[in-house]
Design a protein around this ligand. Structure first.
Ligand code: DGY
Length: 381
């Protein structure tokens, strides 16, 4: 149940799951690590399972967003001499960073490499919901198609409608660009910070369209989240999950959205009150959702699976080969960097040098979220 690479390596690094690609393994073994990969056929490992994997001596762990990294695991890792943990994910709401700080354990994540891949899934869900792709596919496979009909699977046209983005960070902005450029949608966004680059992009694209005799697109930075919910036809959620964003979309907020709106969530499940959503979908058959994440993952709230106006996929937003291999590489390098005493990369958004397979990666940890709290040095590269 554990696969061992480079058994005589000096540093013991555990990965709680097999991860895509082999580069991450090679990078670790080239630097004198013994790599142990848990190959158990159990999707979600418990805290006890992971304590057993950590054992008496462990220098670092690469883990997954399904695991509960809190006081118990960080103290176990620290007792085993471990100094580094990395999530193979950009989100780290499964990690108690304060507990990691207490034990001096560096916590890594994998930003940058999944931006476009995740935005592409949000765009796919938007299209699938708008054009009822899954319903139509099921209909075909059930042998129900007996000829073209004017009313068959009529959906929503995106062109000229408004796309709303809540949280216009890296992924939200990439999604907004895809929808604006790809489908000529107008943009309304809500974020505490001004998305200057995104605004400039939409302005320039509007000028281009105008110069070509086409209707220009528009953008607006909303003063509140409710303004986006009220005005947009397609809304994609991109906040981080914390106390302030738990059930951000609740019964009251669903009620202010357009009856034929589309809601997409590729962030974290608890951002939506899923029970309220199921009820809203039942009451409003023209309202549609595209969901990659769920409140009680891996479960769906009762009733959701029966609803035709919901497209549901199993948390696969970052699941492109390039991205998943890159995430594994970044997670491994986060752990390796701390073990080797390397500094932390100065800009976690500029991770390309770590992903270039033709040259050795920089001697740095690509992204350590508690580097300031631990007083880790920053790379000058
Ligand atoms: C993340 O990285 O946080 C995603 O949810 C998994 O790809």
């Amino acid at each position: 149940m554990v696969q061992v690479w480079n058994p005589n390596g000096k540093y013991r690094v555990v990965s709680t799951k097999p991860m895509p690609g082999t580069r991450w393994i090679n990078l670790l073994i080239e630097q004198d690590c013994r790599v142990e990969i848990c190959t158990r056929q159990k999707t979600i490992l418990s805290v006890e399972d992971i304590i057993a994997l950590i054992g008496d001596k462990c220098d670092g762990v690469i883990g997954q967003l399904t695991e509960d990294w809190g006081e118990t695991l960080f103290s176990a890792l620290s007792r085993a001499g471990g100094k580094a943990f990395s999530n193979m994910a950009v989100g780290y709401n499964n990690v108690d960073v304060k507990a990691a700080n207490k034990y001096g354990v560096a916590v890594g994540n994998t930003p940058g490499v999944l931006t476009e891949t995740t935005a592409e899934l949000a765009a796919s869900l938007s299209l699938s919901a708008a054009r009822r792709i899954v319903e139509a596919d099921e209909f075909m496979r059930a042998g129900l198609y007996d000829g073209w009909l004017p009313n068959l699977f009529v959906g929503n046209l995106l062109k000229g409608q408004t796309v709303g983005v809540i949280g216009a960070g890296r992924i939200g902005s990439a999604y907004a660009r895809m929808m604006v450029e790809g489908f000529k949608m107008n943009l309304i966004y809500y974020d505490l910070y001004q998305a200057t680059r995104l605004e400039k992009f939409v302005t320039a694209y509007a000028e281009f369209l105008k110069a070509n005799g086409e209707q220009p697109v528009t953008w607006k930075r909303a003063a509140s989240m409710d303004e986006v919910l009220r005005e947009a036809d397609v809304i994609s959620l991109h906040p981080i999950l914390d106390k302030t964003t738990y059930h951000l979309v609740n019964k009251e907020r669903l009620a202010i959205m357009k009856k034929e709106a589309i809601l997409v969530n590729c962030s974290r499940g608890p951002v939506i009150d899923e029970v309220a959503l199921v009820e809203h979908l039942k009451q409003n058959p023209m309202f549609r959702v595209g969901l990659d994440v769920f409140e009680d993952e891996p479960y769906m709230k009762p009733g959701l699976a029966d609803l035709k106006n919901a497209v549901v996929v199993p948390h696969i937003a970052s699941a492109s080969k390039w991205t998943r291999e890159g995430m594994a590489t970044l997670a491994a390098l986060n752990v390796l960097g701390k073990i080797k005493g390397y500094p932390v990369w100065s800009d976690p958004n500029r991770i390309e040098p770590f992903l270039n397979e033709n040259v050795p990666p920089p001697a740095a940890s690509p992204s350590i979220v508690n580097s300031k709290a631990l007083g880790l040095p920053v790379s000058k590269l």
